[in-house]
Design a protein around this ligand. Structure first.
Ligand SMILES: [Zn+2]
Length: 143
């Protein structure tokens, strides 16, 4: 299920759309807490394997990502029983959405979150560019 009630930095704090019936957002979520360039580096170590699928969601929730009660229930089941649960695909999608949410709400300007060899990294664009080996599109020159 898609995460709803997503906040955007560039959007006014207008009245959020009410969640569909039966999909209430979990109450008392923490406020959105952006990272700073000092937080650059490894956020989740690849040594945790499949656990990082829920750990990135936990990380995003801890930084203020909204979550529905339905998603939270699937997340809790996954946390206890692993990716073989019926709703495992749902948690996989939530992990992708959490990465997008972290990039839109937590990464400071010129930085981004990305998976790299199993680690969740927050990198500057130059670090990302160097690691990816793709053609450089960076605004700032770098090695
Ligand atoms: Zn570059």
């Amino acid at each position: 299920m898609a995460i709803i009630g997503r906040h955007r930095k560039d959007a006014p704090a207008a009245t959020p759309e009410p969640p569909p019936a039966g999909m209430d957002l979990v109450e008392s979520l923490p406020p959105i807490t952006p990272a700073t360039p000092a937080d650059t580096g490894c956020w989740l170590g690849g040594v945790y394997g499949w656990h990082n699928t829920y750990r990135i969601i936990d990380t995003a929730i801890g930084r203020g990502m909204p979550i529905t009660a339905e998603d939270e229930a699937a997340l809790d089941m996954y946390r206890e029983s692993g990716e073989s649960i019926d709703d495992g695909w749902m948690v996989g999608e939530m992990a992708e959405e959490a990465l997008t949410w972290l990039n839109e709400n937590v990464a400071p300007p010129g930085h981004l979150f990305t998976w790299h060899e199993g680690d969740l990294m927050m990198w500057s664009e130059a670090q990302y560019c160097t690691a990816s080996g793709d053609k450089c599109w960076c605004v700032e020159p770098h090695d």
